[in-house]
Design a protein around this ligand. Sequence first.
Ligand code: GAR
Length: 216
Amino acid sequence: MNDPVVFPRPLFPPPARLAVLISGRGSNFEALAEACANGGIPAKIVLVVSDNPAAEGLRKAEKREIPARVVDWAAWPNRQARETALLAALEAEAVDLICLAGFMRILSAAFVARWPLRILNVHPSLLPSFPGLQAQAQALDYGVRLTGATVHFVDAGTDTGPIVAQAAVPVHPGDDAQALAARILPVEHAVYVAALRRVLEGGWRISGRTVRFPGS
Ligand code: GAR
């Protein structure tokens, strides 16, 4: 058993400076942006980065007047060059915490090591079940009755980092992947907002891979 590490309260001087990384629709980004705007999360989204120039989430950022950048994965020859560009964008905005929100790229171990317990991700299953792509279809193929949403810290693996929050969602008879994804999505939004708030409030501890919040 590792000695617990206790984090300061608050984690960063509010408002914490967040970057949100997206690849597509950006509904989780919108949920976080809305919570920051209405005071539900003591943070400011200072940067949205998409690896995909056509991501719908970029237009959502523009509407909200949140600075957005494209680090086009296809425009760089290799992962190191892509991550150097990404890092420069994040450092230019003095980002405190990175939120992956439908960002469909794997970050290298070296990149993740620069941001220990400072990158969060949301995933549409109850991890460690069904990591990676098409988690909802994986859940249907397996025949589970319950699946859900997980928010976790990002480590060097794929969807393997310490779990911050989870919520269960039932699978209904007759569900297809689309119907199940639509039932999980609003739960992702709620869990991500609540998890990010608790992380930023600080005072939590991590022991091994177990995260404990004050009062829990
Ligand atoms: C969400 O369901 C998110 O959990 C998932 O992609 C969707 C993005 O939607 N991410 C993953 O599967 C990552 N492994 P959004 O762009 O509307 O937030």
